[in-house]
Design a protein around this ligand. Sequence first.
Ligand code: CA2
Length: 366
Amino acid sequence: MRVLILNGPNLNLLGSREPEVYGTTTLADLEAQISAWAEPIGVVVTFHQANHEGDMVEAIQQGAGLDGIVINPGALTHTSRSIGDAILSVGVPTVEVHISNVKQRESWRAESLVAEAAVRTIYGRGFSGYRDALRHLVNREAVPIRTLRYGPHADNVADLRLVSDGANGLVILVHGGFWLREWERDTMETLAVDLTGKGYATLNVEYRRLGEGGGWPGSGHDVLTVLDFVDQVPELSMMSRAMIGHSAGGYLALWASNRQRARSVGLTVGLAAVTDLESLARSDRAGSAQARELLDSGAPEQVDAGPAKTLLVHGEDDDLVPRSHSIRLGAAAEVEVVPGLGHFEMLDPLGEHWPPVVNALSAVFS
Ligand code: CA2
């Protein structure tokens, strides 16, 4: 897969100014890092940086025929119509990336005139946004998605991946990220692609997060709504179902699987699931402020295993969500603590935690 990495105005200054916003890595360091991310996932990258709008447009036009573009348009994001037009005219799937959290800075940075032309926008994840953009391009080429809308909010969408000859069942995926806006469903896609290769249809759910109608109860209700929605989609309504949630998405999946409407879910899997909001809120860990915000809105202090079979898989070395979150449910759920794995390794189907999940799926779907 051939992908152009296009950086816009002032990104040549990376590492030299404003380190508190953009870090100390130079553009050359970043490009070397992107090459290192690209190679193992089969992507051949080329790089271009431009300080002028017309140069950006020309670089996009010259990218016609490539398999993807990853673009950080710099401040042109907020002013340029011609960049969006160029992306649409070449028809190359393009992911928009911002290093900083543009939704939490000056209000003019929150608006993008490029976003409509892009297949995805990734922001606020630092340099790893470029890695995630490449991974998204690879995953959407591997198994195409159909994005379904299940509610009125921009985030009430879910990506459906079908299998060609009759699915063994439907796996509903709920991503994590401590209910923060910058973490989205793309984080679950490598698992989704692996599952479609194993004969399962997947529905990768987006939901409202904090600051945009989510948190509690919005995020929980969105996941519940998806379960109702699946009943209304003819291709999906007859399929057996399982739900897999990672991290904060594990909390939502467990909560939803305890609700009446989740009776149709035969298996709930928590990958490094948050199950004890109260202890997270009391800690000084990442996510503690968000946990407090959810508790203040009336979210349950703890979530427990529901009526369905429940499997909780946790990396022994997880220093974001400690394994005690899974172990505390040991009487009601099957718990696997996997040595040598941390929090994000749960999202990689090559990890040793994954075969037990796949086995549990095939047991419940057979
Ligand atoms: O967060 C991002 O990646 C941005 O696209 C960066 C743009 C900014 O205008 C966007 O709102 C968000 C600006 C890049 C400026 O880069 C500098 C890097 C180092 C020193 C000074 C500027």
